[in-house]
Design a protein around this ligand. Structure first.
Ligand code: KG4
Ligand code: ZN
Length: 342
C-alpha cells in the first residue's frame, strides 16, 4: 500500500510517500520561516496562502522523487488537526480533492499522533507499551501508550508548551523567530552556573508542567543584568540557564512517568525533541536507570509529511477513512482517537 501524506497544520508544508513494503519512499518540506520572520511569529493568513501556493508543486515533487505515478497511490493521509484552521483546510482541500479524483480513500491524521509515531519510522522501533514525551510548539504532554490509538494522558503543561517558552524567551531577547533552534545554538556558548533558573513543579508530586514562569524568570534576569556592552554573553548565559532548566524539568518528569507506569521504554517526539541537550541528558538517564529512549531523526522531530504518511497508512490499512467532506479541527483531544482494530 502506497500512501501520500500531507502536513500543513502550521508553518511547514510537508509531503511524503510511505510504502508498506519498502518504507518511506520520499519526503519533501517547504519551510515558511522567510514568510513570517519579519513579523516575529506565524501570521495565520500568510501561512494558509503559502500552503496553497506550495501544496500541488510539492505533491508533484514528492511523487517524482518516490519514482511513482499518482495513479498507483492507494490512499491519502492529511493532518486534520490540531493547528491553524486555514492552514489545515488548505491541506484538507488538496488531500480530499486528489483522493476523490483518483478514486482512493483519504484519512484524517491527528498532528500529535503523527509526532508520537515518528520514532516508529526508525530502524529498531520501540515496542509497546511505552511512555511518550511530546514536546512541540503547541503542546507539552506525557502519555502512556498501550498501542496505536490507545493514549492515556498522564501529564501536560498547565500553561505554555516547552517550545512556546523557548520561542517567547528568544523573542524577548531580540533573537527573532523561530526562537527554539536559535536559543539552543546560543546556549552552547553560554556559561553554566552564572544564573540558576527554577525547575518548575518538580518539588511536588505529579506529571504536569508549567513553563510560563521560566519565561518571566528569563525576562527579569535579562532586564536586571543588561549593560548594553556585554549583552551577547548575557543572552548566551540566559539561554544556557533556561535550556538547562527546561531539560532538567522534562528529564525529572520523564523518569517519574516511567516509575509511575512501570514502563521501561520512553519515546520523545515533537520539535523540542531536536534539542541536543535534551537528547543527551535523556540518553544518559536511560543508561543510568536501565530504560530505553527513542527519538525520531532530527528532521522528523519538527513538522514533516513522513509522520503523517506513516500514521495515515496505519489507519488506512486498519480500514479507517472518512467521507468526502473537507473538514479540519483547530482543537482535537488525542484521547478521542480510535484504536486500530477494525
Ligand atoms: O513540533 P513542531 O515542529 O511544531 C508544532 O507542532 O508545534 O515544534 C516546533 C517547536 C518550536 O517551538 C521550536 O522553537 C521548537 O519546536 N524547537 C526547538 C528546537 N528545534 C525546534 N526547541 C529547542 N531546541 C531545538 N533545537
Ligand atoms: Zn508539530
Amino acid at each position: 500500500m502506497k500512501v501520500l501524506g500531507i502536513e500543513s497544520s502550521c508553518d511547514e508544508t510537508g509531503l511524503a510517500v510511505y510504502d508498506s513494503e519498502q518504507g518511506l519512499l520520499a519526503h519533501v518540506l517547504h519551510s515558511q520561516v522567510a514568510v513570517h520572520a519579519e513579523y516575529g511569529g506565524v501570521v495565520p493568513e500568510l501561512a494558509s496562502r503559502d500552503h496553497i501556493r506550495f501544496l500541488i508543486p510539492l505533491a508533484e515533487d514528492v511523487l517524482q522523487q518516490a519514482g511513482i505515478d499518482k495513479h498507483v497511490l492507494d490512499g491519502i493521509a492529511y493532518t486534520a488537526g490540531p493547528g491553524l484552521i486555514g492552514a489545515l483546510m488548505s491541506g484538507a482541500a488538496v488531500a480530499r480533492s486528489l483522493a476523490w479524483a483518483l478514486g482512493i480513500p483519504a484519512v484524517e491524521v491527528h498532528h500529535m499522533e503523527g509526532h508520537l509515531l515518528a520514532p516508529l519510522l526508525e530502524s529498531d522501533p520501540p515496542r509497546f507499551p511505552f511512555v511518550a514525551l511530546l514536546v512541540s510548539g503547541g503542546h507539552t504532554l506525557l502519555a502512556h501508550v498501550a498501542a496505536i490509538g490507545e493514549y492515556a494522558l498522564i501529564g501536560q503543561s498547565l500553561d505554555d508548551a516547552a517550545g512556546e517558552a523557548f520561542d517567547k524567551t528568544a523573542k524577548m531577547m531580540g533573537l527573532g523567530y523561530p526562537g527554539g533552534p536559535v536559543l539552543a545554538k546560543l546556549a552552547a556558548s553560554g556559561r553554566s552556573g552564572r544564573f540558576q533558573f527554577p525547575r518548575p513543579m518538580t518539588d511536588r508530586p505529579g506529571l504536569d508542567f508549567s513553563f510560563s514562569g521560566l519565561k518571566t524568570y528569563a525576562l527579569n534576569t535579562w532586564e536586571q543584568n543588561q549593560k548594553h556592552n556585554d549583552d551577547d554573553q548575557l543572552r548566551a548565559d540566559i539561554a544556557r540557564a533556561f535550556e538547562e532548566a527546561v531539560v532538567d524539568t522534562l528529564s525529572i518528569k520523564c523518569r517519574r512517568a516511567l516509575q509511575q507506569t512501570g514502563c521501561k521504554r520512553l519515546i520523545v517526539a515533537g520539535g523540542v525533541g531536536a534539542n541536543q541537550r535534551l537528547r543527551q541528558q535523556l540518553q544518559q538517564l536511560a543508561d543510568k536507570h536501565q530504560f530505553s529512549v527513542s527519538f525520531p531523526r532530527l528532521e522528523f522531530c519538527t513538522d514533516n509529511g513522513a509522520m503523517i504518511a506513516f500514521t495515515g497508512w496505519l489507519r488506512l490499512q486498519a480500514g479507517q477513512s472518512q467521507s468526502l467532506d473537507i473538514d479540519a479541527r483547530a482543537r482535537w483531544p488525542m484521547e478521542e482517537l480510535l484504536p486500530l482494530t477494525r
